[in-house]
Design a binder for this molecule. Sequence first.
Ligand SMILES: Cc1cc2nc3c(=O)[nH]c(=O)nc-3n(C[C@H](O)[C@H](O)[C@H](O)COP(=O)(O)O)c2cc1C
Length: 381
Amino acid sequence: MPLFTPFKLGSLMLANRIVMAPMTRCSAVDGVPGEGVANYYRSRAQNGVGLIISEGIGVDHAASLGTGTLGETNLPVLHGDRPLARWKDIVDQVHGAGGRFFAQLWHQGPLRMPGTGPYPEAISCRPSGCWGPLSGNNSANGHYLAAVRSETPAMTESAIADVIAAYGRTAANARAAGFDGLAIHGAHGYLIDSFFWKVTNARKDAWGGSLRARTRFACEVIKEVKRAGAGLPVVFRFSQWKLQDFDARLVETPAELEALLLPLADAGVDVFDASTRLFHLPAFGESDRTLAGWARHLTGLPVMAVGGVGLDRELKESLVGDVLATHNAQVAARAIERGEFDLIGVGRALLADPDWVGKLRSGAVLPDFRADVFTEETVQS
Ligand SMILES: Cc1cc2nc3c(=O)[nH]c(=O)nc-3n(C[C@H](O)[C@H](O)[C@H](O)COP(=O)(O)O)c2cc1C
């Protein structure tokens, strides 16, 4: 089965095409990943996941983290002695189990709830001061929405430079902790994506305006992460959908997607991660090609698809109820075989069962997803 063929990612050899998607665990008190997190990652490595991407880790900047749209707290960082030592131990355990492990670098930007996080007084970073469309299709609670709706000052030149430097420091720390690569969260309405999206970026200077100009912030972050990562491969996640609006569209045509992705590829991306709600849906009206397929076609780089693998409903449905298992991994396997994309990300199904890969390989019954699986594993251990 094509999912179980090896894949060469830069100088790394992955045992198969299955990637554990980044998933916030909310168990990092004072930014230090909880004790159960090592077990959580190690068990997926032991059970044959080809590559694990960590939960979002806040970059070394005062406004990178705070309470998120769903009330997430206790988010990890990768700076300071205790977080670094804990991540180093987790990386060692994943390597001991034969796994490959990338750190996801995260800055919440406009989605950070003001007045929360490790530095409540820090002003949330927003390209133009706005959070997003308050009437969008989102799952945020009323308390959160009330807190984010006021405008804040737009980021200054020096604030932008500070954040780019923070990405570099965190990339260097990830390398020191032993991670095999870096994953940049450029999706879902967080800081990098809020520069891409014209709804949240109405700047008239060199960081806004045309789509090309709106990629500039991401390009500077990518170059800094590549420099500080000193040879580590970089995965870049992008999406149409936003937590501010699940129906949002960043680009309407393949030509616009090309204008978005080519500058990022030139800046040094090694692999694109096309984050969709359902991986197999066509991205644009004119063909069956998926968003991941278009990214691969337009850039020539390896691409990971993600969204709804192993489950018959998308992420948003899981926020309100249980979701049944399905065997659509075969669809991903066929797409890999015909060269549509290279890797497939699996999120909730791997939360539901650490041995999801083993079950897929042996043809055993796959697990359904129960909503309480979101948190129970790391809370219990
Ligand atoms: C509990 C949970 C936490 C998540 N946290 C993150 C995160 O930290 N960073 C990120 O890029 N995506 C995050 N996601 C999105 C997943 O990476 C993935 O894109 C999404 O769940 C769709 O894949 P799935 O349908 O296989 O679950 C999270 C998803 C879940 C379910």
